[in-house]
Design a protein around this ligand. Structure first.
Ligand code: XIL
Length: 397
């Protein structure tokens, strides 16, 4: 569907303007309608022009093979009804290359930091102006003007908690009021603009036990032990914006292990009891070690078991951190990007492939993992890396 008649990008662009619905799937009613009713003179002329262009190319003594990158990631993903997303920051939108790649290669935008609690709710509720939607709003405006959907991240996390909340000495009852108010304010502000939210982020330890956090037990929101505070947050989220898709999101839960077992048990229980959970996000912050048949098989089987629960699956924060950027490392990284993309392509419940940023120039990895970097599909000069080609190929196949 995303391939034009002759592999020519200009013919493609003339024919197809992506229109992405808020269901998380690419819904392109205009595209499909256009296909059926394209019998106008203008359309015939456009096809004829493309044909002439194609014939003259074919007849030229040195025909140029169609570039495999004639289409964007977004175009090849669209053909598979997969949303291709990336995390972004509003203060970078003024960088021309950044904005140009973001707006053309991706069909989804997610705030890397600007919708997190501390950023969006920097002052206590007693303040006349507790919220700061400026950064999030800029990102939403950019996404809308580039026909991208917006995924929300995140309403509840142990990190990015503002000082006023950490040091406020609130009781559990007060914490519950604050959290419910936060979920309500943020989700209603972005209702009909943000189609899906990571309601709860990283609530489990690697061994599958609950992480001890401000929201769970320090002092917690008073919901009780186990996954009850997650359930409560999901219920508040559903009330705040009944149309938004609600996700639980975590890292190192890609393979079948103690953490993903715990998330799976929670999801199964929630589905059984009608707790509003629509999907699970698999962050996929990985290293080259993940390019191991056993690990990839485990990721595939893990996705399968979650899919069987009727959940939507998103790969939410893909990056592959390396210790150097030499040619062979980048090639291996590319191969792994291809394998991960393929896992989503082959799993019908997997609707979103999202990288955590897109250029090494602005990746969080070097600041977080000393000495590591080179983690994203574009290098720090905005040149496409083998990772880009591999994702493109896996989506185009
Ligand atoms: C990271 C951002 O990329 C950094 O800029 C910030 O300093 C810390 O948070 N899991 C998540 C993301 O869910 O929100 C984190 O983002 C990366 C790990």
């Amino acid at each position: 569907m995303a391939i034009d008649y002759f592999g020519s990008p200009s013919c493609f662009r003339a024919r197809d303007k992506p229109n992405i619905g808020r269901e998380g799937l690419i819904m392109n009613p205009f595209f499909f309608r256009k296909q059926k009713s394209q019998t106008s003179l203008g359309a015939i002329a456009a096809v004829a022009l493309c044909l002439v262009a194609f014939l003259s190319l074919a007849a030229s003594p040195n025909p140029q093979p169609a570039s495999p990158e004639a289409s964007t990631l977004r175009q090849v993903a669209e053909a598979r009804h997969i949303v291709i997303g990336t995390a972004a920051a509003s203060f970078l939108l003024g960088e021309a290359e950044y904005a140009s790649i973001l707006g053309s290669e991706f069909s989804q935008l997610q705030a890397e930091n600007e919708m997190k609690f501390g950023a969006i709710h920097p002052r206590p509720d007693t303040d006349p102006n507790p919220y700061n939607f400026a950064g999030g709003d800029d990102l939403v405006a950019f996404a809308q003007s580039h026909n991208m959907v917006v995924r929300g991240h995140t309403l509840l996390w142990h990190n990015n908690v503002p000082e006023w909340l950490k040091k406020g000495g609130y009781t559990s009852a007060q914490m519950a009021t604050i959290l419910q108010g936060h979920i309500h304010a943020v989700m209603t502000h972005y209702a009909s603009k943000v189609y899906a939210w990571d309601v709860v982020n990283e609530a489990f330890n690697d061994d599958g036990t609950m992480r001890s956090t401000l929201w769970y037990d320090q002092p917690g929101i008073g919901a009780g032990v186990g996954t009850k505070y997650i359930e409560q947050s999901l219920r508040w989220a559903r009330e705040a914006d009944p149309k938004a898709k609600l996700f639980y999101n975590d890292y190192d839960a890609e393979e079948i292990n103690k953490k993903s077992d715990a998330i799976y048990a929670m999801a199964k229980d929630f589905k059984k009891r009608g707790v509003p959970l629509d999907g699970v996000g698999f962050q996929t912050h990985i290293t080259r070690k993940f390019d191991d048949p056993a690990k990839l098989k485990s990721y595939k089987e893990n996705l399968e078991r979650f899919a069987k629960l009727g959940l939507e699956l998103h790969m939410t924060e893909i990056d592959v951190r390396l210790s150097n950027g030499d040619t062979s490392s980048l090639a291996e990284e590319g191969k792994l990007y291809g394998e991960i993309t393929k896992l989503c392509v082959e799993q019908p419940a997997c609707k979103v492939i999202q990288t955590w940023g897109f250029t090494d120039k602005h990746s969080w990895i070097p600041g977080f993992y000393k000495g590591l970097g080179w983690a994203l599909p574009w290098d720090d000069n905005y040149q496409k890396k083998p990772a880009y080609e591999a994702m493109h190929d896996a989506l185009a196949k």
